[in-house]
Ligand binder design. Structure first.
Ligand SMILES: NC(=O)c1ccc[n+]([C@@H]2O[C@H](COP(=O)([O-])OP(=O)(O)OC[C@H]3O[C@@H](n4cnc5c(N)ncnc54)[C@H](OP(=O)(O)O)[C@@H]3O)[C@@H](O)[C@H]2O)c1
Length: 321
């Protein structure tokens, strides 16, 4: 089977397509015939290899050669402890080696693909939509009816955040650039602020919750758009492989909030089956619909990563296998 292999850091060009043996599966795993995957900033960082990524992935070179998180596909084989799935089932979820024709995945990290979604749409969901859901519900302590400001509303996480916030009955302000204003509106945003035309921190509306995906403004500015006891959930920042990358931004926001009435929260999304089931239900009900920007064949994963790295994806960048 063909798989993408990473043996060094520094550039998407170092990724190779190799012919490998069919992966073995543990008792709690299934083997998925992958139909689609997607690219996420996490993989971009793993490929570029800034110091903070190397701490987790291996200092000199990646500890694991196989790569890729999101996947959708059909189950090919099941481990001896697997109860929920059988060969032929259509699933989506995550694996640590999804950029391949066949990927092992834990039963606990997969759910059935809703019939109203294509494989490509389903592969766009897991990491970005889990991040959006957990940012709003778990770290933002969202309550129905609250005003939620989403800065960076048109990318992978943002397009899910707008839709999930609306499904949770939020009043949503979306911040994006001119070409994405109509998209944000079509996803259900109550007001859309084009950041190239106006300043969202002077929008005149106070929000109880801000989901900061773009990380484009300092905390002192963001406060102007927040209520006295609001929560600001830092999801990300402009992607950079230099120095501490987004970590510098996170630390600055956290420090700037010390002694202020608003709370700043940061988190790293977890792959939880219960949350994948929440998403499955929202998708099946048509309340959330993945937005796909571009599709690349698996062998062109380097192009997909380069495009993501430009920082202006419009929804998700999908890999077809
Ligand atoms: N904490 C976690 O667990 C977690 C999980 C996933 C991702 N993340 C982080 O979240 C961030 C976004 O991820 P993603 O997958 O959504 O990336 P993405 O698909 O590349 O989206 C980035 C978005 O940012 C928007 N943007 C760029 N500059 C902006 C500005 N000045 N103001 C407002 N929006 C701006 C872009 O829209 P325009 O083209 O309209 O500018 C684009 O849609 C990354 O930093 C990533 O590392 C964190």
């Amino acid at each position: 089977m063909k798989a993408i292999v990473q043996t060094r850091y520094g550039s998407p060009d170092y990724l190779e397509v190799r012919d490998l043996d069919t992966p073995a599966i543990a008792p709690d795993q299934v083997l998925v015939r992958v139909h689609a995957s997607s690219v996420n900033p996490a993989e971009w960082y793993r490929v570029m290899g800034p110091i903070f990524a190397r701490v987790a992935e291996g200092l000199r070179k990646p500890k694991r050669a196989l790569i890729g998180g999101d996947l959708s596909g059909r189950i090919e084989a099941v481990g001896s402890d697997v109860r929920e799935f059988e060969p032929g089932d259509e699933v989506f979820g995550t694996s640590g080696a999804a950029w391949a024709e066949l990927a092992p995945a834990r039963e606990a990290r997969l759910v059935r693909k809703p019939a109203n979604l294509s494989f490509e749409e389903a592969a766009a969901v897991p990491i970005a939509a889990l991040t959006a859901l957990q940012a709003l519900r778990d770290h933002g302590n969202f309550q129905p009816g609250q005003k939620v400001l989403i800065n960076g509303a048109s990318g992978g996480v943002g397009t899910f955040a707008v839709q999930i916030a609306k499904a949770l009955e939020a009043d949503v302000t979306a911040v994006c650039s001119t070409p994405n204003v109509e998209l944000a509106r079509s996803l259900g945003a109550d007001r859309v602020i084009d950041y190239s035309q106006s300043d969202f921190t002077h929008c005149g509306v106070r929000h109880e919750l801000m989901i900061d995906i773009a990380g484009s403004r300092p905390f002192s500015h963001c406060r102007r758009a927040l209520t006295h006891d609001a929560t600001l959930v830092v999801v990300g920042a402009k992607m950079s492989a230099r120095g501490l990358g987004p970590i510098r931004h996170l630390i600055r926001k956290r420090l700037a909030s010390v002694g202020r009435s608003q709370t700043v929260a940061f988190f790293v999304a977890k792959i939880e089956k219960d949350d994948l089931l929440v998403l499955q239900e929202l998708l099946a009900a048509g309340k959330v619909r993945p937005v796909i920007d571009r599709r690349f064949e698996l062998s062109r994963v380097a192009d997909a990563l380069r495009y993501l790295g430009e920082g202006h994806a419009r929804g998700k960048v999908v890999l077809t296998v």
